[in-house]
Design a protein around this ligand. Structure first.
Ligand code: TLP
Length: 362
C-alpha cells in the first residue's frame, strides 16, 4: 500500500501512523509529562524498558535527541566517546556530541559486519595523561544504517559490554532499528540491548509511529537523563498523544518486520538482474543500497529524478549510490513496480545525462 499514491523508499521515517495508532492517539489518557504525570507516556516507557531489558525508559523527541542525552548523561565535557566511523551518531547528528555535550568523538573503522574490532578499541583507550581526554563511552549502532542495515549480533554486543565494563567504560547502543536487527537474527531485542548501559530505539522508523524514540537504562541513569532532556527542550507535556501511537507500534509492528526484510531481498535480487545496477552487500534487513556502474551514462541524481517521474522516491547517498528502505507502507506489488520502473529507466539511460550534483556524505 503506497503513501498518497507514491512509492516512497527514501526511508522508513516516511511511514505514517496506522489506523490503530490514530485511534489510540485520539483516545489517549494524558497528563503533564514534565511532572511525570502522563499515564500513557509512563506506560510506553515501562513497556520499552521491559522489551529492551532495562529498568527504566524515557520518551524523547527523536533518535538524535536520545543519543545526545545518552552521551550527556554518561560523560562530562572533555571526555571521549569511541564510535564507529560509519555511524549515524558520528556522521549524521551535526556533531552534537562535540558541540553540545562537549565530548570528543574518537572514530574507529567500522567492519563490514557493523562492529569495531576489540583490538582497535583497546588501542584507542586513553592512558592517564593530562594531554588526553578521558575515554568514557563506547557507542555502537544496530542495525547499522550505512553498512547496508547489517544486524550486529547478540554475541558481539555481550562481548563488547563485558570488554567495556572490565575497563570501567560504558556502552551505548543506538538501536534506531534494533527491532529489525532482532527480527533478522531471531533473538529477543533485549539480547541486543540489555548487556549495554543504555540504548535508544526509534518508534518513528520501521515501527511506523509518527514521532519519538525511547532511551532506556538503569533507574538512576534515566533520572539523570530526564534532567538533560529538559534542558534540550524535550519536556513535551501531554506527550501521551504521541506515546499512544508508540504503544501500538511496540505491540503490533515488530512481528511484521520480516515482511519488509523479505521485500528488501526481493528488490535486491531484482536489481541484481538489471544490467548496470549492483546491490551492495547481502541485504539482511530492510535497506537496499545499490550502485550504478560507471559505464552507464547517468548518475544517481538523474536516476532518482527519473524514478520520481514514475511516482517512486529513493534516496541518493553517493554520486552513484542509491538507498531504498522497505517499510509497512510498501507492498510486494510496489516492489515489483519499482523493479519495472528501474528497468525502464536504465533501458532509457541514453536519454539521461549525469547531473554532476553534489551529494552529501550521509
Ligand atoms: N536516520 C535517517 C536519516 O537521518 C539518515 C534515515 O533515514 O535513515 N540513528 C540511526 C541509525 C539513524 O538511521 C537515524 C536517522 C538516527 C539515529 C536519528 O534519528 P532521528 O531522525 O529520529 O533523529
Amino acid at each position: 500500500m503506497s503513501l498518497n499514491n507514491i512509492i516512497d523508499l527514501r526511508s522508513d521515517t516516511v511511514t505514517v501512523p496506522t489506523p490503530a495508532m490514530r485511534e489510540a492517539m485520539a483516545s489517549a489518557e494524558v497528563g503533564d509529562d514534565v511532572f511525570g504525570e502522563d499515564p500513557t507516556v509512563n506506560r510506553l516507557q515501562e513497556m520499552a524498558a521491559e522489551r529492551l531489558g532495562f529498568e527504566a525508559g524515557l520518551f524523547v523527541a527523536s533518535g538524535t535527541q536520545g543519543n545526545l542525552i545518552a552521551v550527556m548523561t554518561h560523560c562530562q565535557p572533555g571526555d571521549e566517546a569511541i564510535v564507529g566511523d560509519q555511524t549515524h551518531f558520528y556522521l549524521g547528528e551535526q556533531g552534537g556530541m562535540a558541540s553540545i555535550a562537549g565530548v570528543n568523538p574518537r572514530p574507529l573503522p567500522n567492519q563490514p559486519d557493523g562492529t569495531m574490532r576489540l583490538e582497535d578499541i583497546q588501542a584507542a583507550i586513553r592512558g592517564d595523561d593530562a594531554h588526553y581526554p578521558i575515554t568514557r563511552l563506547i557507542a555502537i549502532e544496530n542495525t547499522h544504517n550505512k553498512i547496508g542495515g547489517v544486524a550486529v549480533t547478540a554475541e558481539y554486543t555481550l562481548a563488547l559490554a563485558e570488554f567495556a565494563h572490565a575497563r570501567g567504560l560504558k556502552l551505548h547502543v543506538d538501536g534506531a532499528r534494533v527491532f529489525n536487527a532482532a527480527a533478522a537474527l531471531d533473538v529477543p531485542v533485549s539480547a541486543l540491548t540489555g548487556p549495554a548501559d543504555s540504548a535508544t530505539f526509534c518508534l518513528s522508523k520501521a515501527l511506523s509511529a509518527p514521532v519519538g524514540s525511547v532511551l532506556c537504562g538503569s533507574r538512576d541513569f534515566i533520572k539523570a537523563a530526564h534532567r538533560r532532556r529538559k534542558v534540550l527542550g524535550g519536556g513535551m507535556r501531554q506527550a501521551g498523544i504521541l506515546a499512544a501511537a508508540g504503544i501500538v507500534a511496540l505491540e503490533e509492528m515488530p512481528q511484521r518486520l520480516k515482511d519488509d526484510h523479505a521485500n528488501a531481498r526481493l528488490l535486491a535480487d531484482g536489481i541484481a538482474r538489471i544490467p548496470g545496477l549492483t546491490p551492495v552487500g547481502n541485504v539482511p534487513t530492510n535497506m537496499v543500497y545499490f550502485d550504478i556502474d560507471p559505464g552507464l551514462p547517468f548518475d544517481g541524481h538523474e536516476l532518482c529524478r527519473r524514478l520520481e517521474t514514475m511516482r517512486i522516491k529513493a534516496l541518493l547517498t553517493g554520486a552513484r549510490r542509491i538507498r531504498a528502505v522497505l517499510h509497512c507502507w510498501i507492498s510486494r506489488e510496489d516492489v515489483l513496480e519499482t523493479l519495472r520502473a528501474l528497468d525502464t529507466a536504465v533501458k532509457d539511460g541514453d536519454k539521461m545525462t549525469s547531473s554532476g550534483a553534489k551529494v552529501g556524505s550521509y
